[in-house]
Structure formats: C-alpha cells, structure tokens
Design a protein around this ligand. Sequence first.
Ligand code: UT7
Length: 320
Amino acid sequence: MQRTVLEGVGSYLPKRIVTNDELATRIDTSDAWIRERTGIGQRHIAAAHETATFMGAEAARRALAAAGASADSVDAVIVATSTPDQGFPATAVSIQAAIGMTRGFAFDLSAACSGFVYGVSVADAMIRAGQCRSALVIGTEVYSRILNWEDRGTCVLFGDGAGAVLLRAGTGEDDRGVISTHIHSDGRYGDILFIDGATGQDDRPQHLVMNGREVFRHAVSKLAGAVDEALAANDLTQADIDWLVPHQANRRIIDAMGKRLGLAPEQVVVTVDRHANTSAASIPLALDEAVRDGRIRRGHLVLIEALGGGLTWGSALIRF
Ligand code: UT7
C-alpha cells in the first residue's frame, strides 16, 4: 500500500525558561498546585524575536536536516497555529520564504491544540490525492502573547515552541507511513475554550479563556473515542501500539489515556513537565524528543491524539 511516509522531525524551544516558582512570585499560585493538578514544572517563553514564523522556520529546517532533504524538494507547507504573526500573509507563507522555498504552496490551519493532528490529516489526504508529493506540517505557537497573565487558572498552563515533520509520498515498498487519521469538531462547545476579543471589534485585549473543568471532561471522553476509532478502523489492538504521543495539556489526561490503552508508563511520551501546553506544537515537540533520544525507531507504531478549542479533536496512527 502506498502511504505518506514521515521522513524527518524537528523542533525549536525558546531559550528562556520560566519555572513555576518564578510565576509564584508574580501571581497567587504555587509550584505544588501546578505540579499536582497538571504535571507542569516549567515552560519556555518566547523573546520578542521568537515569533511563530521564526520558531516554525527553525523547526522546519531541523526536520529537513533530519530527513536529509532540501527546501527545494518540498511542495507544501501547512502550519497549524492559533498565534500567527499577523492575520495575513499566513505564517506558512512567511515560513516558506524563511526556509528558501520559492515554489509550491503554503497555508495556515486553525484547529487550536488539535492543529497538528489536523495538519497531518490534511497533508496525508493531499499527498494521497496526488496534489503534492511532500509537505512540511508545522505546529508553532506563542501562547505567552495571548495569555492573561493575571488569570492564574490559565497562565500557568501554557508555553511557547514549535515542531515540524516532513511528510512525503512513499514508494509503497514497506508498511511505513500514516496508517489513518480521524478528525472531529463540535462547534457547540466553542465557549469553553476560546480567544476573547479576537474579532478586533472592540478594545478588549485578545486573551485565552478556558473553563478547565469542562475541557477536562470532554478531553477524557472524546480522546478515548478517538483512539478506539483509530484501532478499530485498522483492526489493531492496544498491544500493537509501541508509543502514545499525546497532546501535552495535563499529566492527568495523559496518564488516563495511557492506562486506557493498557500501555506501560514508559510507552507514553511526556514533555508537559518541561514544555507545559504548547498547543499545536506539543505533539511534534514530543515526537522530536523521542525520535532524537532513540525511543521511537523505524518500524514502531505511534499513536498521536489531541483535543483543543472548537472543540476539535482527533488521532492518527503512524508507522515510523
Ligand atoms: O490544550 C487544550 C485542552 N486543555 C486542557 O485539556 C485543559 C483541561 N483542564 C485542566 O487541565 C484542569 O481543569 C486545570 C489544570 C485547568 C484545572 O484543574 P482542576 O483540578 O480542574 O482545578 P479547578 O479549575 O477546579 O480549580 C480548583 C481550585 C480553585 O479554587 P477553589 O474554587 O476550589 O477555591 C481554583 O481557584 O484551584 C484554584 N486554582 C489555582 N490555585 C493555585 C486555579 N488555578 C490555580 C493556580 N494556583 N494556578
């Protein structure tokens, strides 16, 4: 079967690290509360020059280097972000220019924390339809710019960063590649996680607003459905999965999904402790870490899943 093969992965994290203790000097919170409720210990926060384009381009260059590919060989750039540099041109187009790509096409995709899973799904469909032969799928986020730093219920949860993968039409000679993707949304829940003031129709600053308890409740049930769907669609069982690389929002949600799949804790890739929630960047950042340190190797079956504002959610099964 001809599949879309994942050829390389790369990521970028801002230099500056902000610990829970540092946040506790500014707002009414504590390292103990943040760790216990979320598993987060620190997050990276972007400097002025570390924009969505800057970080996404760096992650893309590293994914290309890991694949031994040049920017000329790429047909498409798909960027998942909720924090673009500007309304338009799309961040994807800015990244296209930044990495020296002068042909093909580039566009942004808005699916909040599920953006990377959506991006893989769209790229895989376009590659299999023959519309392009290769695509960079990039998640790049600067949530520090849309957080209300006085709201302790949200500002402790997020961080900045970017991750990228290079996908290419496979030769069909082996079973590597994207096996399936499943994406969903339900706009009835748009009011439990959103960016306030995003229409620009009044003077309100753009801030992320979240009803954490409600999002948590939906995450546990909808993600369970998305992973079951991925296995059932491919006649696979939990035992076939080598690695779960979940969206990194909350350690409790991550552990619940690992348990549900009957995986050993060591089979679940966790970065939320060091990166916090980097939205669309969290899965490719986690993939990059686990590929670089040798955990995820060629032939391994990896399940990714995410839920985010929209609500949007989904899963993908990829054989490395
Ligand atoms: O990536 C997109 C998807 N997002 C998610 O999946 C996030 C899902 N939700 C969550 O991860 C959790 O709901 C949170 C981590 C956001 C919150 O955890 P929780 O266990 O649901 O806590 P809570 O919101 O019910 O708050 C419990 C208490 C409250 O105090 P009272 O009302 O019980 O007195 C909060 O005011 O904790 C208080 N609290 C804090 N205390 C110290 C809230 N934020 C903080 C804080 N430090 N930063």
